[in-house]
Design a protein around this ligand. Structure first.
Ligand SMILES: Cc1cc2nc3c(=O)[nH]c(=O)nc-3n(C[C@H](O)[C@H](O)[C@H](O)COP(=O)(O)O)c2cc1C
Length: 218
């Protein structure tokens, strides 16, 4: 099992997003997964120019020469992609969105039909990696995550894949307080580790873990 995390926080390694990602990945590693943690804020990724050269002239290849090619190479043959972001104006961060737009080069022209008419099987695309969504926000209420929860499901539809789990923390700054005295933060991070472990082993969360996630809201 190979897992890649793409962290869209401008705060990179210092972000609350990364505290969540590291806990998740450490659990996955414990279960034998190979993990890669990418900080998009450290990469040079230009805006998609919308020229569609990557569809019509140089299929699969973007004309922009930046760090995107290196990341796409790493993403090849991973089983799970973790999309991680702070909540910005009830949405994913601009850093993550700029990266997502550049995935245009990996998708076919939606106007062309890649389905083999004989057996209905898509003849061009290998199975897409599964998705995990991780986010934290500043405010208190979990409804802040409604938009990205819908967004990640639509992304999965577009990529013809599934969302394995969504992990959201409100008032994310408290993750940095290391509230070890009461154990609330450390217990929550252990729960995230368990999520990583279960995803690495079963590609799904157990019912008990789902229940604990509902109960252990920070
Ligand atoms: C531009 C910007 C927009 C934000 N929008 C929201 C928001 O809509 N809802 C919210 O709860 N928090 C919002 N926040 C707060 C961040 O989500 C919060 O500080 C988060 O913990 C930052 O995570 P990070 O350390 O991973 O970057 C916003 C912060 C910034 C800088």
């Amino acid at each position: 099992m190979k897992i890649i995390s793409l962290n869209g926080s401008p705060n990179g390694r210092e972000s609350s997003t990364n505290i969540m990602v590291e806990a998740f990945l450490s659990g996955a590693k414990e279960a034998g997964a190979e993990t890669i943690n990418i900080f998009l804020s450290e990469k040079k990724i230009e805006y998609c120019r919308g020229c569609h050269t990557c569809w019509f002239k140089t299929p699969g290849h973007c004309i922009i020469k930046d760090d995107m090619a290196e990341i796409l190479a790493l993403m090849k043959r991973v089983d799970v992609i973790v999309l991680a972001t702070p909540l910005y104006f009830v949405n994913i961060s601009g850093t993550l969105k700029v990266f997502i737009d550049r995935l245009t080069a990996t998708g076919g022209d939606p106007h062309s039909n890649t389905i083999d008419e004989n057996d209905g099987v898509d003849i061009q695309k290998p199975a897409a990696p599964k998705l995990v969504m991780i986010s934290n926000c500043g405010f208190r209420d979990r409804s802040q995550f409604e938009v990205i929860s819908l967004w990640i499901k639509r992304m999965a539809l577009l990529m013809q894949t599934d969302v394995l789990c969504e992990l959201y923390v409100t008032q994310g700054r408290q993750l940095r307080t290391k509230d070890l005295e009461s154990g609330i933060v450390s217990n929550y991070l252990k729960l995230l580790q368990r999520c990583g472990k279960e995803i690495a082993i079963d590609k799904k969360l157990s019912e008990e873990t789902i229940l604990q996630l509902e109960q252990n809201v920070l």
